[in-house]
Design a protein around this ligand. Structure first.
Ligand SMILES: *Cc1c(COP(=O)(O)O)cnc(C)c1O
Length: 377
């Protein structure tokens, strides 16, 4: 006896305009790349593709770091990869919290057995560099500074260059979340002196979710090699992953890479290289300027002060008397438009309108403003 097979038709996703906090619109070229034939992950042709992918990621991160590769897993796995490798039990870590993702960093530090020193700032504001300086003054033995460059829960951008300089002056490594900033606003790993950074494929890179580009400086690699206790995660242990991603001809089995999604990331990064990263940053800024003017004309107020705003994530306060869930449902059903709800402390109080990657274009901005004007009337 066996269970009867359920009768289900192939899934056809509805047409959507993705203007939330990720995923962003995926260009047809990226989707087409993912539909190419699957080959073995130890096939030399796949190895060549991986080497190109690493070179393209170095361009996106603006780094020469040898250890730059996509972790097989979403941004959260990139986050854990950085924390589990760099933090040993007892390590003091200064963690900056100005939104949801800083809170997740704190949780990672705790789970690694680290001793967190929390620097808190208001949601919607950048990390206060002076508070971090005071934390270093009080905790000279801090080994790592962790912060979120682009806090997606609020749309605030922090001064990564100044924060990294502080960490360097105190002999600490810098661990940065650039999930939402990479390819949308300048992320200069080498110029800023960032030691470990992770991003995500589905935000300003406009690939499908499920891959997390990471990069590690030589100082970060030395810290991992000098660990007293092994990394508690077998899957994320860089010492083991290295043989797979940096084997150059001598690659050995670690896990089976998500082959077709990696074709997609390769294509998404080619699109970025073709456009030019400075042009991509400029496009995000100019689309933000147009969107901002339209949102303000509709009477919507921004959460983040102008000089700390991310162009790719626009948080605006819900107008009085507007039903959050019902309005977003109308946008989705009647206009095929997805925007983001508030997260954590801002749930039910803000909308988050994303202009990430391929979603940062004029047609989307116009469609979004038209739809909002209609539903808010
Ligand atoms: C989206 C996001 C993450 C998590 O990425 P997932 O791919 O959803 O796991 C982490 N940090 C920030 C700032 C993000 O915006």
């Amino acid at each position: 006896m066996s269970f009867a097979a359920p009768r289900i038709a192939p899934f056809q996703p509805p047409r959507r305009i993705l203007m939330g906090p990720g995923p962003s619109d995926v260009p047809p070229r990226v989707l087409a790349a993912m539909a190419r034939p699957t080959i073995g992950h130890l096939d030399p042709a796949f190895g060549d593709m991986m080497e190109q992918l690493k070179a393209l990621l170095r361009y996106a991160f603006q780094t020469e770091n040898r250890l730059t590769f996509p972790v097989s897993g979403p941004g959260s796995v990139g986050m854990e990869t950085c924390f589990v490798n760099l933090i040993e039990p007892g390590d003091k870590v200064i963690v900056c919290i100005n939104g949801v993702f800083g809170g997740r960093m704190l949780e990672n530090v705790r789970r690694c057995g680290g001793v967190p020193v929390v620097v808190e700032d208001d949601w919607g504001r950048a990390v206060d560099v002076d508070k971090v300086a005071a934390a270093f003054a009080a905790h000279a033995d801090a080994r790592v500074l962790a912060f979120v460059h682009a806090e997606t829960s609020t749309g605030a951008r922090s001064d990564a260059a100044a924060l990294a300089a502080l960490a360097r002056a105190h002999g600490a490594l810098t661990l940065m979340d650039c999930v939402t900033s990479l390819a949308g606003t300048p992320v200069l790993i080498d110029a800023w002196g960032i030691d470990a950074a992770y991003s995500g494929s589905q935000k300003c890179l406009s690939c499908t979710p499920g891959l997390s580009p990471v990069t590690f400086s030589e100082a970060a690699i030395a810290r991992v090699r000098a660990r007293r206790v092994p990394v508690q995660s077998w899957f994320m242990d860089l010492n083991l992953v290295l043989g797979y991603w940096s084997g150059e001809g001598r690659r050995t089995y670690h896990h089976t890479a998500p082959i077709n999604p990696l074709y997609g990331l390769h294509e998404a990064l080619l699109l970025l290289a073709e456009e030019g990263i400075e042009q991509a940053w400029a496009r995000h800024q100019s689309m933000h300027d147009t969107l901002r003017a339209g949102l303000e004309a509709l009477g919507l107020e921004f959460v983040v002060p102008a000089d700390e705003r991310l162009p790719q994530l626009n948080s605006v306060r819900l107008p009085a008397g507007v039903d959050d869930a019902a309005t977003r449902a109308r946008l989705l059903d009647e206009y095929g438009l997805e925007i983001g709800a508030g997260l954590g402390a801002l749930a039910g109080r803000v909308w988050r309108i994303g202009l990430m990657g391929a979603s940062a274009r004029r047609e989307n901005v116009d469609a979004c403003l038209d739809a909002l004007a209609a539903v808010l009337k």
